[in-house]
Design a protein around this ligand. Sequence first.
Ligand code: GUN
Length: 331
Amino acid sequence: MRHRICLRIVSTVLTTKMRSHTYIDSLGSARIMARALDGKALAKEIKDELKIKINNWINTGHRAPSLRCIIVGSDPASHTYVKNKIQAAIDIGIEAQTIKYDENLTEEALISAIELLNHDKLVDGILVQLPLPNGIDERRVCNAVAPEKDVDGFHITNVGQLSLDMPTIVPATALAVIEMLKRFKIETLGRNAVVVGRSKNVGLPIAMMLHSDRNHDSGLGMDATVTICHRYTPAEQLAVHCRNADIIVTATGVPKLIKADMIKPGATVIDVGITRITDEQGKTKLVGDVDYDEVRKVAGAVTPVPGGVGPMTVAMLMHNTFQASQKIWQQ
Ligand code: GUN
């Protein structure tokens, strides 16, 4: 019970504005568009709350929480992601540093570097940005991070604890989805949810929390009836499952996979996909898995891309880092 109280993300009254608009349909009638679930505004709200909590933590005699982000190689998108995480951490009072290695780093050298951080009493959270260069075993690297410092929630111990509904550190993207459902007050108990995508770091933990019992110790269960679809789900079956869903969470990286005719009227659609495409004018832009403009005419609520789950993922990583710094596991 003590863990439960400590770990539950306290849901505060949502002050974030939920936008909805009208549009004129092909028969000339005014219709209401789905709410856009503004992840950017919600992430700011959560980071503001964390900033206050961290300030209180420091004012009661603790040192500032600390985070180390390891990045190997020169992938520009990964460098941007890490820069954003470090900046978000610094903004809310977390002491954060990037540790950069070139792509020739060996797996053994990377693991030695992680072990040094595992033993460093001044480091609370460790994150190794993925993907890693070819030839480095990501699973071995994720398991090298001490579970209590694993702010990504990728260590087998943390994955195992999540699967048993135990308190643990939960992957930030999955936690972002659950937190959005809670704070935007989307009912999940007894509802049909479809998760599209079965990756171990995103789809699987989302499905795990959506289906599990809210009365169990993690405090993260959502009591939905969950269907997991993936690349071998035939397109017509994907549509059937989606049309039956009150909640769709999609995390595939396939632009416009989820179309308006696959949506039950009023359903909630959470888009975790993020793909960089080049449009007809030759400009690059980020798009999700959802045909957003059309889906908004049918759904009840939809997350935009960008500005939906992405910023929330960073906010939940900050939550995980503060949680790790409180050493709840070792009490
Ligand atoms: N690469 C893409 N998303 C993530 C993430 O959530 N954590 C880490 N470590 N790497 C990523």
